[in-house]
Design a protein around this ligand. Structure first.
Ligand code: NAD
Ligand code: DAU
Length: 397
């Protein structure tokens, strides 16, 4: 049986990962969830999971040394998966300090507690030894690589030249790009926002713990996730929520910035693959091969909701506006995000080649599923926005 410490599992990706793990591994798993339940963490998201006897929920801060040491003392943790973070770029611009505390100091505390709990002395050459089968996986982001240029105004079909990667991604004709260059695992770190600077710092600490203390680690760097349980301060769920309320859709700048979108369950599968089979000490990039401009994303979501409301009138019960109002007139261009990165584009060839992972969910399938999930889970949205977020939203717009 493998025992996991999953931090931040009451948030978007962590919750999806927890659900995926419990579904995949049956009785062969035990998970301690550690989450501080910030504005972004919602226990309702994992209500069913924490009632499961394979899960123990601990409310607390990853930066609390005593608490984390106690978790390691009580449970012989095999895998640490660190999702816990302050994750929103705009909030990092208004309050960078909090991002340092959680994303850097918190991560370093987890590393230190894992190192102490797993340490088993030294080998004959004086190298540190750790208990068998342990791993610390840091969930990082493509934003640590900085920003790429956008070379095309329209999407170009993506040419995959590596035959091994082509084999893994076989049959997909929808993959496209807006530029010539991509982030690989060897791209130098060049963070540009307080959020990405804090995530890059954490990555450097993870690497330092591997190089200095020999701690078994992996870092995964992922592109923009979308899917169920995404907090509605982020672009896609914010747009869905505003459309249903007939409110303006704030698009930063001209909406030309490009993000690479990955369905969250595909991300969960990638993390599982890296934990099980990733080479210790390695970084793995995880991406969707699916770049899109923000403006196109917003237009697409409007079109999907307008179609569903036309064809399936029973869904109109979730509308707080008239169906006729759902169109592109809702779009409003607002001031740009300071230091707004133009384009992110992950090259996930390494994980495809080494671990056979690829982004399985075509965007048109994933985005339709996501929109429908939100239409069916308005009670969840109301619950998560009822507190702190409402104040934040009013400040922003
Ligand atoms: P999220 O904001 O939805 O959730 C973060 C979770 O961490 C929440 O449950 C929150 O309560 C918890 N948390 C925050 N501070 C904590 C602390 N000090 N101690 C314990 N728990 C704390 O975030 P997300 O979008 O699910 O992102 C998860 C991870 O993945 C983050 O590390 C983020 O940097 C990374 N990431 C996210 C994306 C994305 O598109 N969302 C892409 C790449 C990488
Ligand atoms: O790339 C991975 C990153 O993706 C993760 O590391 C972050 O945790 C995650 O929040 C996400 O960061 P972004 O800044 O890309 O996501 P966000 O949803 O905030 O914004 C997506 C794009 O949409 C970005 O170019 C800014 C723009 N945007 C965002 C909001 C909230 C708008 O135009 N209007 C908006 O209201």
């Amino acid at each position: 049986m493998k025992k996991y410490l999953v931090t931040g599992a009451a948030g978007f990706i962590g919750a999806n990962f927890l659900k995926y793990l419990l579904g995949k591994y049956g009785r062969d798993i035990y998970v301690v969830v550690l989450d501080k339940l910030t504005y972004a963490g919602n226990l309702g998201t994992i209500r069913q999971e924490i009632a499961d006897e394979r899960v123990r929920f601990v409310k607390g801060d990853i930066g609390n040394a005593e608490l984390v040491a106690q978790i390691f003392a009580e449970t012989d943790i095999d895998y640490v998966v660190n999702f816990a973070a302050e994750s929103h770029v705009d909030r990092s611009i208004t309050n960078p300090q909090l991002f340092l505390e959680t994303n850097i100091l918190g991560a370093q505390n987890l590393l230190d507690c894992a190192r102490k709990a797993w340490y088993r002395g030294k080998d004959a050459e004086g190298h540190p030894l750790y208990a068998e089968g342990k791993k610390f996986l840091q969930v990082s982001t493509d934003e640590v690589y900085g920003s790429l240029t956008k070379d095309y105004d329209e999407p170009h079909p993506l040419e995959i030249t590596d035959p091994d990667v082509r084999r893994v991604v076989s049959g997909r004709t929808d993959l496209h790009t807006y530029g010539k260059r991509f982030f690989t695992e060897t791209t130098p770190l060049d963070p540009r926002s307080p959020y990405s600077a804090s995530k890059a710092s954490a990555d450097l600490f993870v690497r330092a713990y591997h190089e200095t203390y020999g701690l078994p680690v992996n870092i995964t760097r992922c592109s923009n996730n979308y899917g169920p349980y995404h907090f509605p301060e982020k672009l896609i769920p914010l747009i869905i929520r505003n459309i249903l309320a007939g409110q303006k859709l704030p698009v930063y700048g001209k909406g030309e910035n490009v993000r690479d979108w990955l369905y969250v369950e595909d991300h969960a599968k990638a993390i599982d693959a890296v934990l099980q089979r990733g080479r210790t000490g390695e970084v793995y990039n995880i991406g969707g091969f699916n770049e899109e401009t923000n403006l196109n994303i917003v237009k697409l979501v409007i079109a999907i909701i307008a179609r569903i409301m036309r064809e399936e009138p029973e869904y109109r019960r979730v509308l707080k506006t008239d169906v006729e109002n759902i169109d592109e007139r809702l779009i409003t261009f607002v001031g740009d995000r300071p230091g707004h990165d133009m384009r992110y584009a992950i090259d996930p060839s390494k994980i495809a080649r080494e671990l056979g992972w690829y982004p399985e969910t075509p965007f048109r399938v994933g985005i339709e599923k996501t929109v429908r999930w939100y239409l069916d889970h308005q009670a969840w949205v109301d619950e998560v926005v009822s507190g702190d977020y409402q104040k934040y939203y009013e400040q922003m717009y």
